[in-house]
Design a protein around this ligand. Sequence first.
Ligand SMILES: [Zn+2]
Ligand SMILES: [Zn+2]
Length: 222
Amino acid sequence: MTKMKVDLHCHTYWSKCSGLRPKYLIRLAKHKNLSGIAITDHNSVFISKKFYRWAKKDPNFFVIPGVEVSSDAGHILGLFVTEPINTRQAAEVIDCIREQDGISVIAHPFDPRRGKGFPDSVKRVDAIEVFNSRNVLPMFDWKAWNLAVKLRKLMTAGSDAHLPFEVGNAYVMVPGSDEEDFRRDLKQGKVKICGRKSPFFSQTVGFLSRKWRKLVNAPGIN
Ligand SMILES: [Zn+2]
Ligand SMILES: [Zn+2]
C-alpha cells in the first residue's frame, strides 16, 4: 500500500437508523478498496471496540474505534476512542476524547438539520469534518472547509454511511501504509479530502429504519 483511503464516519445496526452488520460493512469497505474505516455509532463504542479487535486479523485493513456523540452543540465524532462517553456537554465530550488520546471532530456542523454551527463550546475541537456525503448542499461542506482553514483545524471526511451503497462515498487519502502511519498523517494534516454525495433518499431510508426498529424494539442505541 502506498496511499491509503479511509472513510472516517460509518454506522452499523447499533445505530437505529442503520441496518449495516459490522462484518458486511467491513467487507464492503474492502471491496471498495478502502484501507480502513472508522466505526462511529451514535453514543456507543460497543460495536466499534469489538470490531476494532476483530479486524486486526487482516494486516491490510484496520478499523478505527470511534463514536458519534449527540452533544448539546451538535454531533461530535471521537476517533481512536474505546471508552464510553456519558456526558452530552460538548466541552466535556471533547475533554473525554482527549483523555483517551483520541481525535475530536465536529461532524457536519453547517447542515441545519443535523448541526448547530460552531459555537464557543466546541472551539477546542481537534478537527472539522469538511466533507460529509449526507450533507445535501455542497455549501454546507464549503463552509466547514473555510472554517477549518481559518481556524487551522485538522480536516476529515466521511460518508456517514448507514446503508450499503453509501460506504466509501467519502474518505481521506493519506501517504502512510498502516494504522500508526494513518494516525500520524491525520494529526499532521497530511490528508487529501475525497468524496461524492450520497443520494438524497438515503436519509429517508435511515429515518424509516429508525422508526421501524423502535417499533419492534430492535437492539442498539440512538
Ligand atoms: Zn451526525
Ligand atoms: Zn453519523
